[in-house]
Design a protein around this ligand. Structure first.
Ligand SMILES: Nc1nc2c(ncn2[C@@H]2O[C@H](COP(=O)(O)OP(=O)(O)OP(=O)(O)O)[C@@H](O)[C@H]2O)c(=O)[nH]1
Ligand SMILES: [Mg+2]
Length: 627
């Protein structure tokens, strides 16, 4: 028995947004992303759970699906795993059909489909707390007899809310109901006619075992009357976005100053302890200035994510998608593209992965190709560094910070570019194919779970600091080295850095980039910036720290303000709105489109846009007298 049990694999299968991942996290102690909109999970995840009887089982979290008749890529993953067709994997020995207890119609049909797979199935009525609160009456015994399946209730987000499910899993294992690992079953994808028959049966069972109150969730209805209003709703959406960027600038100030002084203190410590020379320069100018200039942006990134996570868990994001649908549709984007594009504000990579929920290949490709234009969090350090150095911290129109306004403008430019680009691609590449109508279920609002928020923030912080400690740190070592060798000749007349390899590389690139106002220091920083955007900030930190080694302690922002013209600063901002400076995004685009061609297309068009935008910005700014 233990033998079977140790290897037993249990799959969580259910409709989108019914709480599979929340259950998975509760059962295994994992920290997978949970949010209140459909389509969060797009890949299979596995972790070990231990039942109350002390049996270790392997639990699989899967993308949500309405049926085993799969349409989009994420649904295909679920189907293939359930049916044992997934490359190199046997079908799981036990299926837990997770259902949102407030929304059972399609869930019961799925349960009936799963029953035919030939594996034991447990139906878990999740979100039972909400169902009870709303007055949904479910006769569990009746439901179980009618379906011919064990039925349990669960509350994934409450301690002890999974107890019944775990006990039932133990009972199935103890009862010897599990098939041998790898045993064949009777699997086939259901036909459309079979699906219709299953739905009729599900509706009959629903009528006999469940009483649902006439009206939906009153709170949701009340909020939606305001938030989904065509005019008022858009105004609220814009206001929210706007407040978000205001907060990024105003709230972050104090923690940023603290981190800054922390690194300054570290620099002075090194200055006092290490004798002047290469080692001190390496530690102070390379490591501390370089890495420190990036880490300082952590508070801003966390504030931005606090907003996003709150809205996600509350259930607002699906509403934002609904509001944006007409605008996005006008640009030729699929309604389902909203969530992928939204995720791209964090990073284009999860955004591109999230396009798997789009079933049409063209629509999916279009979304992948514009996702990197959304302003990812790696751009924040670049934007804020330049904005803080060049845009005065003034209040305009009584309440708005000017810096926040500029930041808002840069985000808006990214969104506009994505919409424009997708519009152009529709016209030029694909000649207006009719897009699928928008179909995204609007979930009921839920009170955000503090644990979700905390975990989400912790995860962002970890990702950010890990990058600072690995990629950025490694790049800094290289940059410091390039800035420090060779040492200048004894009869040197120019600053030492002018003789370095870095300066030579920068000067070699100057002819190409001088027309857009970049100096050689920027040119050098752009090269490691290809690996990851924020590295450019760290590189500037190192280049200028080495260059101004004697005037120690000066902030990078002050140095830039003294050395660059406003036109150059604006041009660099424009460059960063478009430039394809992220190696990992390019490789994910290649993987997800399955072609080099689309990756090169993406790289080419973004580079061209970046150059054109920077060129135009620089010359217009010069013309306006911002030299
Ligand atoms: N009140 C309550 N909320 C829950 C429960 N289970 C999940 N939630 C919330 O429901 C939302 C959706 O949960 P997820 O676990 O992301 O749903 P999912 O089924 O994995 O969704 P997809 O991956 O998109 O298919 C989140 O906001 C959860 O916090 C529950 O039992 N009670
Ligand atoms: Mg999930």
């Amino acid at each position: 028995m233990t033998d079977v049990a140790l290897t037993a694999r249990i799959a969580l299968v259910g409709n989108p947004n019914c709480g599979k991942t929340a259950l998975f996290n509760a059962l295994t102690g994992s920290r997978q992303k949970v949010a209140n909109y459909p389509g969060v999970t797009v890949e299979r995840k596995e972790a070990v759970a231990t039942t109350p009887a002390g049996v270790a089982v392997r639990l699989l979290d899967l993308p949500g699906t309405y049926s085993l008749r799969a349409r989009s890529l994420d649904e295909v993953v679920t189907r293939d795993i359930v049916l044992g067709r997934f490359a190199g994997e046997d079908a799981p020995e036990l299926l837990v059909c997770v259902a949102d207890a407030t929304n059972l119609r399609l869930a019961l049909r799925l349960a009936l489909e799963l029953k035919r797979v030939g594996r034991p199935v447990i139906l878990a009525l999740n979100m039972f707390d909400i169902a009870r609160h709303r007055g949904v009456e479910i006769d569990l015994a009746r439901l179980s007899t009618e379906l011919g399946l064990p039925v349990v209730s669960s509350v994934a987000v409450r301690r002890g809310g999974t107890r019944e499910l775990l006990d039932r899993i133990d009972a199935v294992i103890r009862g010897g109901e599990l098939p041998e690992a790898g045993a064949a079953g009777s699997w086939a994808e259901p036909s459309a006619a079979e699906l219709r028959a299953a739905q009729r049966e599900a509706d009959r069972i629903l009528r006999s075992a469940v009483r649902i109150p006439e009206r939906g969730d009153p709170l949701t209805q009340r909020i939606d009357r305001i938030v989904l209003h065509p005019v008022l709703g858009l105004a609220i959406l814009l206001t929210l976005l706007f407040l978000m960027f205001q907060a990024v600038f105003t709230w972050a100030q104090v923690p940023m100053d603290l981190i800054k002084s922390g690194f300054d203190w570290l620099g002075r410590l090194v200055g006092a302890a290490v004798p002047a020379g290469a080692l001190r320069s390496f530690l102070a100018d390379g490591v501390i200035s370089g890495v420190g200039s990036v880490v300082v942006f952590l508070p801003q990134i966390l504030i931005l994510f606090l907003f996003i996570l709150l809205l996600e868990d509350f259930g607002y994001m699906a509403r934002a998608a609904f509001l944006m649908d007409r605008i996005m549709g006008g640009a030729g984007l699929h309604g389902r593209a909203f969530i992928p594009l939204l995720s791209s504000f964090a990073c284009a990579i999860p955004g591109i992965m999230a396009t798997r929920v789009i079933d049409s290949r063209r629509d999916r490709l279009a979304t992948i190709l514009v996702a990197p234009l959304m302003t990812c969090s790696a751009r924040i350090p670049v934007y804020t560094l330049i904005i803080s150095a060049f845009v005065p911290a003034r209040t305009v129109w009584a309440i708005f910070s000017l810096q926040g306004l500029v930041m808002f403008g840069l985000y808006a430019a990214g969104i506009a570019a994505a919409l424009g680009m997708s519009w152009a691609m529709r016209r030029l590449l694909w000649r207006r194919e009719p897009s699928n109508p928008f179909m995204l279920e609007l979930p009921d609002y839920k009170r955000p779970v503090a644990r979700n928020l905390a975990l989400g923030l912790l995860q962002r912080a970890k990702i950010f600091l890990r990058r600072a400690g690995t990629t950025i740190f490694a790049m800094m070592v290289v940059i410091w080295f390039l800035c420090s060798v060779p040492t200048p000749p004894p009869d040197a007349t120019e600053p030492a850095i002018e003789y370095s390899l870095a300066a030579r590389i920068g000067h070699a690139l100057e002819p190409a980039l001088a027309p857009i106002g970049f100096n050689w220091q920027i040119d050098v920083a752009l090269i490691p910036g290809m690996a990851a955007r924020e590295v450019a900030v760290a590189s500037l930190g190192t280049v200028y720290a080495v260059e101004n080694a004697d005037e120690d302690g000066d902030q990078l922002g002050h140095v830039l303000a003294g050395q660059w013209s406003l036109a150059t600063a604006l041009s660099l901002l424009a460059w960063y709105v478009f430039a394809p400076q992220c190696a990992s995004t390019l490789s994910v685009v290649k993987r997800e489109t399955g072609s080099w061609r689309w990756m090169l297309f993406l790289f080419g068009y973004m580079l061209a846009l970046a150059y054109a935008a920077a060129f135009a910005t620089y010359h217009i700014a010069l013309w306006l007298g911002a030299g």
